[in-house]
Each structure stands twice: as structure tokens, then as C-alpha cells.
Ligand binder design. Sequence first.
Ligand SMILES: Nc1ncnc2c1ncn2[C@@H]1O[C@H](COP(=O)(O)OP(=O)(O)OP(=O)(O)O)[C@@H](O)[C@H]1O
Ligand SMILES: [Mg+2]
Length: 362
Amino acid sequence: MTTLAHVSGVRGAVSLDALSLSHGSVPAVRGVSFLAAPREVLTLLGPSGCGKTTTLRAIAGLETPQHGRIMIDGRAVYDASCRINLPPEQRGLSMVFQSYAIWPHMTVAENVAFGLRARGVGKARLHESVRRCLDLVGLGALADRPATRLSGGQQQRVALARSIAGDPGVILLDEPLSNLDAQLRLAMRTELRALQRRLGLTAIYVTHDQEEALALSDQVAVMREGTIEQIGTPQEIHASPCSRFVAEFMGVRNVIPCQVIPHGGGVLALLPDGTKLQARGPIPTGPVCVCFRPISVQIRTGPDGGRPAVVSAAAYLGDLMQYELQAGDLSICARSLPRDDLREGATVYWSVPPEACFLVSA
Ligand SMILES: Nc1ncnc2c1ncn2[C@@H]1O[C@H](COP(=O)(O)OP(=O)(O)OP(=O)(O)O)[C@@H](O)[C@H]1O
Ligand SMILES: [Mg+2]
């Protein structure tokens, strides 16, 4: 566990403490706290309207919260109780927007130079910085091209080059890849991670794409209605979601309300139709759901220990098939390599290994 004492005074640490911000009467961020250690990527992940952009803009100093504290490099840049509120340019960070926000009437190099020039950086150093940043994002050859004559991916690289030109310790990225096509998004994701590591930047990254969050991050904070529902490593969020909301957002398709009965070292989950499933602990307090991923469902054509169901639908997903199984009121989603014996209407027998079944609060 990283503590503030470990990181205070170290370049790039970002911490939020009980931050709240309302747009008029709309509470957009409600008591958000987290700590991003230096050189870490912390991702805010969540559905539309959950407060990701508002949190990022508050860190940047583009929105003023009503409560809480924001520390960067161990220094308060916003503190409601001490009335501290530094302007964006004094926070030692830069921001990349979804829309790129590059200047259409300037060349690629002028776009990158703009912020440096405004800060009075001398001509020789400015030239050298611009060249270095364009080389880092692979745009060295296009320095003199008008910024409008670029592809979406190239425009995104200009925005990225501009954001690192001022040598920030912290970079804030708001859905920076969402305007790119699927293939380019994957390539840029890898490049972005490599660049962040190479420059030793701390990044606060916003996305609603769970795969992107898992691939890029050291920590993922899943947001819901202005609060952080769960924060942890990508492995923790993926393997052990804490709630029904996080489980469903992370693509766990089988989330079924149940009663729990302690059973040996584990638990028995009692489903509404009377089915009992062995699950792993721990047992959350309050109402619970049992969860398992489609890939964990084993399907056989003979009974040997499985529960009967009918294949109600089969869909081709490319590498895998998705099978919907129906047993009375119970619907189960399963995925496996394509199989000839699982046609729609067939009776099959399904089971889930106990270690693949876990419990979340409902
Ligand atoms: N300028 C504004 N005035 C009033 N309400 C706003 C304003 N900006 C955002 N909101 C509201 O605040 C809440 C959080 O918005 P925010 O833009 O932070 O969400 P988000 O998680 O970034 O969503 P998305 O994924 O759609 O970008 C939403 O309910 C939104 O409607
Ligand atoms: Mg947003």
C-alpha cells in the first residue's frame, strides 16, 4: 500500500481527498479520494455522466470544486478549507482532450511550440524541445505541415506532443483515443504507455472502455454517479469486483441474486430457482449476487454432474461462440470455442468450477 508519506515531495504524486463538485444543483463529483503514485497510470473508468471529466477538469484547475483537497507533488493546489486554488498554469500538469483542441491555422511544429512560446522559452531551446517531442510521437517528418492536413491519429499525436512539450510531471488524458478507429486505438494505446514510462510521467486517464483501462493502468478507479465504487489494480478489479455494478461494467455476464449458506471452507449460493452453486468467499454484507464469467461455464452433452438447460441462442463472435442457456427462469451466458454439438434447441448440462464463482454485493 502506498501512503502519502512515501510519495509527498516526489515529483508526479497526485492525491484527491474527499473532493466534491456540483454544477449548479447537479452533484457531479461526490467525495472522491485517491492517490496516484509518481510514474503511475491511474484510470477513471465508468459510464457516461459518472463524473470522470469533471474530476479531471478539477485536477487541472479548469473547474472549481466546493469541498476537499487536491495535492500535486505533495503541495496543495486546491484546498477548500484553506482557500487555496492555484490557476492551471501553476499546477505542473498538462491535459489532452478528446477533441485534440489543436490550432487549425498553425503548422504541426507551431502547435507544439505554442505553449512554450507563451512561457517565454528562448528560440534555440524552443526549437530543440519541439523537435524532440515530435520525434517522440513519430511526427518528426511532418513538422511543417498545416495541422488541418493530418489524419485523426496524427492530430492526436500533435496533441500528445504539445502536452509533453512543457515537461510536465503529470499528464491528464480525457478519452484521448476515442476518436480513432479500433486498430489505431490499439496501436496508440501501446505507444502511449511506452511514452508515459519512458518520460516517467504520472497519468490520470479517463475512459469508459474497460479493456483500455485494464491494458493501460497501474490502478483503475471505477466511478458511479460521482463516487468511486472500487479502486484497485487491473487484476483486482477484473478478478474480484466488489459490487454488481462493477461486475457488470467489467463484462461479467452472469450476475444472479442469491442466498448464501456457509459450506466447508467456501459457500453455497442458492439461486432463486433452487440451483445450488459452490462459490469462493469472502461473503459481502447485505444482499448478494453470485457471479461467473461466460468463459468459466463448462457445457457437456451428458448429465455427469451438470445441470440441465436448453441452448436458446448461439452467436458467432469470431474466435469464440456465445451460447445462451435457459433452464426455467434461469438464463446463463456461456462462451467457448465453436462446437458442432451445441445447436439451438439442444439439451445440455452446465457447471461452473467453485473457484470461478464469486460473490458481490447486490
Ligand atoms: N457544465 C455543466 N453544467 C451542468 N452539468 C454538467 C456540466 N458538465 C457536466 N455536467 C453534469 O455532471 C455530471 C458528470 O459529467 P461528466 O462530464 O463529468 O461525466 P463523464 O463521466 O465525463 O461522462 P462522459 O463519459 O459522457 O464524458 C453529469 O450529470 C453531467 O450532466
Ligand atoms: Mg467525459
